[in-house]
Ligand binder design. Structure first.
Ligand SMILES: *Cc1c(COP(=O)(O)O)cnc(C)c1O
Length: 333
């Protein structure tokens, strides 16, 4: 499969390591490996970096001078987008959505928000009922009227261009497993704006690696999440000339671990964060990987992965931990 026909800016630290997690795996009763996409290298890294390589490729080719994107207040995508803009000398204007209603000083000022300010991103916050795509289009119009050349990146970098980053990850992982003689049975990832999950499904389907992917949802209910992922996976495979290789059955999301809602943590999430930290020295995050690990723990204990070798995609996000200082301190006491 040839990804070189797509414009791409190269800044991610790749390949990311594929590591065994024997102590965490023993606690879960499964053979567990971790694909370390928290180590992609851009201002703390995370999964948005792979997507941004292809999105920046397009933006630079179009001669853009300003990136526009959106996300929740503690968005890791926003942090990585602002970092990518800095790296290429572009301006970056961000619309943050007050999705959680959390007004704690740490949530609105620490974690990712503090890093965004350090890197010079322009930020404004809007209420949770805002049409974020319309708000970005309006901002783009305003910048164009001022003579700027904006490039709009959707929330999470999740369109078929961004998802190419996870096609690339699928190819990279399959190659690593082959070289190590490691037989993987399943990949597990947090799934939110869908680009990561969709890119992986498309990559494994088009390349013929056929590794099943289980997405653990962090926001939408199962039906909606699977529909979003499927649509984007077909579109992404279509960019590669093989839309027909993605089937609806390949898209599986378990959305039973969202808890009270997106970005809202509970004791199960904190217990999962502590388990990963105390068994492997791995820092997971409160919004995505911690919730996915909460699901992985419950499913493993229920025997869902018996006899399997499972690879968990660490999509990053630990930079948001201090945004949850109060909740974490109370729950760790
Ligand atoms: C954005 C994000 C995800 C989810 O990826 P999507 O492509 O939006 O589904 C998972 N983990 C972390 C840490 C993220 O920042």
């Amino acid at each position: 499969m040839n990804l070189t026909r797509f414009p791409r800016a190269r800044f991610a630290h790749l390949p990311t390591p594929l590591e065994p997690a024997p102590r965490l795996g023993a606690a879960l009763g499964i053979d567990l490996w971790v694909k370390r996409d928290d180590c992609t290298g851009l201002a703390g890294g995370g999964n948005k970096t792979r997507k941004l390589e292809f999105l920046l490729g397009e933006a630079l080719e179009a001669g853009a001078d300003t990136l526009i994107t959106q996300g929740a207040v503690q968005s890791n995508h926003v942090r990585q987008t602002i970092a990518a803009a800095a790296r290429f000398g572009l301006a970056c204007e961000v619309i943050l959505e007050d999705r959680t209603g959390n007004r704690a000083p740490d949530y609105v000022g620490s974690g990712n928000v503090l890093l965004n300010r350090l890197m010079g991103g322009g930020m404004r916050t809007v209420s949770a009922d805002t049409d974020m795509n319309a708000a970005m289009a309006e901002l783009a119009d305003k910048l164009r009227a001022e003579g700027k050349r904006p490039y709009v990146i959707p929330g999470g970098g999740s369109n078929s261009t961004g998802a190419l980053g996870y096609v690339d990850c699928a190819l990279e992982l399959a190659g690593q497993a082959n070289n190590m003689g490691l037989k993987l049975d399943r990949m597990v990832t947090a799934t939110g704006s869908a680009g990561t999950h969709a890119g992986l499904v498309a990559g494994f389907a088009v390349s013929g690696a056929d590794l099943p992917v289980l997405g653990i949802g962090v926001r939408a209910p199962k039906e909606k999440q699977e529909a979003n992922v499927f649509k984007l996976a077909v579109e992404t495979a279509g960019r590669l000339g093989h839309a027909d290789r993605v089937t609806r059955e390949q898209v599986i999301a378990d959305c039973d671990y969202v808890g009270a809602g997106y970005g809202l943590i509970d004791q199960g999430v904190v217990d999962a964060l502590a388990l990963a930290a105390r068994t492997e020295g791995l820092l997971f995050d409160p919004v995505y990987t911690g919730k996915a690990l909460k699901g992985l723990i419950a499913l493993s204990k229920a025997g869902a992965f018996r006899g399997e070798t499972v690879v968990f995609l660490h999509t990053g996000g630990a930079q948001g931990l201090s945004g949850y200082h109060g909740e974490l301190e109370a729950a760790l006491a």
